[in-house]
Design a protein around this ligand. Structure first.
Ligand SMILES: [Zn+2]
Length: 220
């Protein structure tokens, strides 16, 4: 498909943009980012904190090179004339600041949506005993368990962000903290760079699907 040239403020980030476009097409193909849902970001500068975020309402299967926005630590656009950034931009900024994430990815998969509701009374999902857990940074054996927190959904993103950050900063916060679910909504995961974030999303989506399918099979 013919693409117009990138607008000037995006030119230095063409490689990041192409990585996120490729990721979007893959996640869309897998059914994790359908109907313009979900959003992705990469940190392109630490001082001052600057993120490249997907623009609001774009088809993630067919992202154009200008479907991205540069935002600051507060989620505000760094240059005039940019499209509106994703409604959930503040969650990306928080992960970049408090988790030192270099890339943050978000999916709306069927299993993430269903299991975030199924396990809501526990406020999270304890995942253990799966070899694939070793794909998460900080986990070296399948015997190590992983806690995936669940937060209640809301359209008030600043309020949701403050709950998520409070969870990270709690003295007994489970480690490693590489993702969370929003109830009946989807999964967030991040990593130090694009490859780590993508690996974390793939591993967590795989594990969620295992838990979902296992409950259908009725096995433990
Ligand atoms: Zn979402």
């Amino acid at each position: 498909m013919h693409q117009p040239p990138a607008t000037e403020h995006l030119l230095p980030y063409r490689q990041h943009i192409d990585q996120l476009r490729d990721c979007g097409h893959d996640f869309w193909r897998r059914g994790w980012s359908l109907g313009t849902s979900s959003n992705y970001s990469m940190v392109v500068n630490r001082q001052p904190l600057t993120l490249l975020v997907t623009a609001s309402g774009m088809d993630k299967g067919h992202l154009g090179i200008n479907d991205f926005v540069l935002v600051d630590a507060a989620g505000q656009p760094t240059a005039a004339g940019q499209p509106k950034s994703s409604a959930e931009t503040l969650l990306h900024c928080a992960a970049a600041e408090h988790r030192q994430a270099g890339c943050i990815l978000h999916t709306h998969s069927v299993w993430g949506t269903l299991l975030s509701d199924h396990y809501r009374s526990q406020s999270g999902i304890l995942i253990e005993g799966f070899e694939m857990l070793k794909g998460l940074a900080g986990i070296t054996t399948h015997e190590q368990s992983f806690w995936l927190p669940i937060y209640e959904n809301t359209q008030d993103i600043p309020e949701l962000t403050s709950r998520v950050v409070a969870g990270w900063l709690a003295p007994d916060a489970p480690q490693p903290a590489v993702g969370f679910l929003i109830r009946r909504h989807g999964l967030y995961a991040w990593g130090t760079d694009f490859a780590a974030a993508r690996r974390h999303i793939e591993v967590l989506e795989f594990l969620l699907e295992c838990l979902g399918r296992r409950s259908i099979l009725g096995t433990r």
